[in-house]
Design a protein around this ligand. Structure first.
Ligand code: HAM
Length: 431
């Protein structure tokens, strides 16, 4: 029979890589806690309408990337392609936004039917941060500082770059869109099929074109900058000052428009050149109109999301995952002789009590000393506790503690002394 395989673009995260994920997760939890954000969890399935109304009907995500289906009741549902829409829906539904400020975070799988390649998957994972009810640029600076603090904590600061743009209000973009369409109409010959289609439905997406001929036409096109309203300009300038004050280095990218329709004022992306084509590791911005657009009371908002797979790839390629994080087993307890298996379980339990943060494996399944030691090495243990049978009829009196390196160093000690010895070696603060 043929083996059933995973769906293309949907990855298993195997034990070899899960320590990197856990390490990244723990650093993220620490950073959001430092900034006073609280976790929210919401479903992976929502009404398709939620995404159409928030991300936008004429976006790549809604037009061709959503996993949508009718369920048994005939409701049209979609796997979430991102978290902001569901977060707003949930916060609204439970009254979290009514005259309140909220700092929220989430994490979890998202689904987009894109063409899989390195760093781009059909099921991928995001950390997201959303802040509601704060109108000034200080909250924009804060969320950017949250992302910057994560890079700092992971040792990634030197490998990422912050790009910012001011995309103004929805009305500004409408006016700009009309001007852009009018300009593109005069250069139809140089446009590809995609650009010709988009210039009428969502002209700003033409700016993202990878086609050099289209980019050449765009070099003379009207600029969004000239359509942005005065309040947005003031807001953006103040944001830049705040970032300067925090020592966060940025670059203004007038081409940065983002692939989701709900943004206004400042948008940003953190990119890296360490991942090839999929260089965006984090994207976000303000979305002051979305809560009302989804039926809530008008509430300003800003947020971002980080692609977890892309960060894990970076951390692994740059060898920034600390060695101790990768080690699942600290101590391997082995016993030669079936009569010692009960003792082995008891000794392992005693070590766990003495040293709760360590990973202790008690060998199961018997076997010769050498084969058990091989298992201890394979498990990545630092120490082996070797329990030895005493003379016939006598209770086992001795154990050996072996350091698992090439030296083969062993130290004999009484069994009762083992937990305290391991505690000294592994669990006591070094200073
Ligand atoms: P986004 O730019 O679509 O924004 O996605 C954010 C990040 O998710 C990207 O920068 C990238 O790292 C990662 N990502 C996106 N698609 C894939 C994929 N197919 N495979 C792997 N990683 C991917 C949003 O999703 C917005 N909801 C962000 C936001 C939150 N804006 C305001 N609040």
């Amino acid at each position: 029979m043929t083996k059933i395989q995973a769906i293309r673009g949907m990855n298993d995260i195997l034990p070899e890589h899960s320590p990197s994920w856990q390490y990244l997760e723990s650093r993220f939890y620490q950073v959001v806690r430092q900034f006073g954000y609280r976790e929210i969890r919401f479903p992976v399935l929502e009404q398709t309408q939620l995404f159409k109304r928030s991300i936008g009907e004429v976006t790549d995500i809604v037009e061709k990337e959503m996993y949508s289906f009718d369920d048994r009741n005939g409701d049209n549902l979609s796997l979430r392609p991102e978290g902001t829409a569901g977060c707003v829906r949930a916060a609204n539904q439970h009254g979290l936004l009514y005259n309140q400020q909220q700092r929220l975070w989430y994490q979890g799988p998202m689904f987009r039917h894109e063409r899989p390649q390195k760093g781009r998957y059909r099921q991928f994972h995001q950390f997201g941060v959303e802040a509601f009810g704060m109108a000034g640029p200080d909250i924009d600076a804060e969320i950017i500082a949250v992302s910057a603090a994560l890079w700092q904590s992971l040792g990634l600061t030197d490998f990422v770059k912050l790009e910012l743009n001011n995309i103004g209000s929805a009305d500004d973009r409408k006016a700009f869109g009309s001007a852009l369409t009018a300009y593109l109409e005069q250069h139809l010959d140089a446009l590809d099929e995609d650009a010709r289609r988009r210039m009428h439905t969502n002209p700003m997406r033409v700016l993202d074109s990878k086609n050099p001929a289209v980019q050449a036409v765009l070099s003379e096109a009207p600029s969004l900058k000239d359509f942005v309203n005065a309040d947005s300009v003031i807001h953006f300038d103040r944001l830049l000052k705040l970032l300067g004050g925090l020592g966060i280095i940025y670059e203004i990218n007038p081409r940065l428009v983002r692939g989701l329709d709900y943004y206004n004022n400042c948008v940003f992306e953190w990119t890296t050149n360490k991942l090839g084509a999929q260089g965006a590791v984090c994207g976000g911005g303000r979305y002051d109109g979305l809560v009302a657009q989804l039926g809530g009371k008008a509430t300003v908002a800003a947020g971002f999301a980080i692609g977890i797979e892309r960060l894990v790839l970076m951390l692994e390629e740059l060898q920034l995952i600390p060695e101790q994080v990768k080690r699942p087993v600290d101590v391997y307890v082995l016993a030669v002789g079936a009569e010692l298996s009960e003792l082995s379980l008891q000794v392992a339990a005693a070590i766990r009590t003495a040293c709760p943060s360590a990973g202790i494996v008690s060998h199961c399944g018997g076997g010769k000393y050498n084969s058990q030691v091989k298992r201890a090495f394979a498990a990545g243990a630092r120490y082996a506790v070797v329990l030895e049978a005493s003379a016939e009829g006598e209770p086992p009196g001795n154990a050996k503690l072996r350091i698992l390196d090439d030296s083969g160093d062993t130290q004999a000690m009484a069994i009762e002394a083992i937990p305290a010895e391991i505690q000294k070696l592994l669990c006591e603060p070094s200073e």
